[in-house]
Design a protein around this ligand. Structure first.
Ligand code: FES
Length: 153
């Protein structure tokens, strides 16, 4: 369960109270602060600024810079393309899921990591490949998983 700092959301909304046309900036501020826009934040905005929730959801889903799902401070991409699969990527994924105590597609409760699978990162000869925040790790083994994660404590 991801913990949400609703007091912080309240402070951000307070900055814009009484101003017209601030929704996008307000949502961006919440995105920057929490790294995503929780449902509870949308309810707070709707109630305090009297903006229909449906309109807020429309805006938040339209902009790529905004996420309605929790996103960790670090994003791990694990390649499960054919070449990486053959070289043992499923075992790496199992080890990652076990270490982080989440499933692929989820975010850790402390918001540190999000784990995503991808299909090919274009460097198949390095497989299995893991990318964390844009840093590539090639020929990854299960034994390397903890060391990689520790770099992002
Ligand atoms: S299949 Fe993994 S990089 Fe291509």
């Amino acid at each position: 369960m991801v913990k949400i700092d609703l007091k912080r959301v309240d402070e951000i909304i307070g900055r814009y109270k009484g101003e017209e046309g601030v929704l996008i900036q307000l949502l961006l501020d919440i995105q920057n602060e929490l790294n995503w826009i929780p449902r509870e934040a949308i309810t707070q905005i709707s109630e305090r600024l009297r903006i229909p929730k449906s309109h807020i959801y429309r805006i938040a889903s339209f902009y790529k810079a905004m996420s309605l799902n929790p996103v960790g401070r670090h994003t791990i991409q694990i390649c499960l393309g054919t070449a990486c699969q053959v070289r043992g990527a499923p075992k790496i994924l199992d080890r990652m899921e076990e270490s982080l105590r989440i499933k692929e597609g989820e975010t850790t409760s402390d918001m540190r990591f999000s784990l995503r699978r991808v299909n090919c990162l274009g460097c198949c000869a390095m497989g299995p490949v893991v990318v964390v925040d844009g840093n590539y790790y090639g020929k990854v083994t299960s034994a390397m998983v903890e060391d990689i994660l520790e770099k992002y404590e």
